[in-house]
Design a protein around this ligand. Structure first.
Ligand SMILES: [Zn+2]
Length: 113
């Protein structure tokens, strides 16, 4: 890996020379010393900061939707018994489920799945 001193000099050092917890190093040009951490740690933080992939977000939303519809179907009778207003929801799902399923198919096709 390459480490840089504040004077601008860069040094090629062996990965094994910098332990996980870091160590003090000294510049051979200006004699400055600093605490050097291995780059792996910095890279890991950067990866975590990256936004989640769009497809992963879509898939998560899809899973949540499928779970929601599944739960609603599982407890359909109990829910309808206690909340008769939900009949509107079930009628809506029945009416549009075929269309929604086709839309999902089309979306998956555009992603090449
Ligand atoms: Zn230096």
């Amino acid at each position: 890996m390459i480490i840089s001193c504040k004077c601008g000099t860069q040094f090629e050092v062996n990965k094994n020379e910098i332990p996980k917890e870091g160590r003090n190093v000294q510049c051979g040009i200006c004699n400055a010393t600093w605490f050097q951490k291995p780059y792996e740690k910095i890279e890991k933080i950067n990866v975590e900061k990256l936004p989640t992939h769009y497809l992963a977000n879509f898939f998560l939303l899809f899973l949540v939707l499928v779970s929601f519809v599944g739960i609603m179907e599982t407890f359909r009778e109990d829910l309808l018994y206690n909340f008769s207003e939900l009949e509107i929801y079930y009628k809506f799902v029945e009416k549009h489920s075929e269309k929604i399923f086709e839309e999902i198919k089309n979306l998956l096709n555009t992603f090449g799945i």
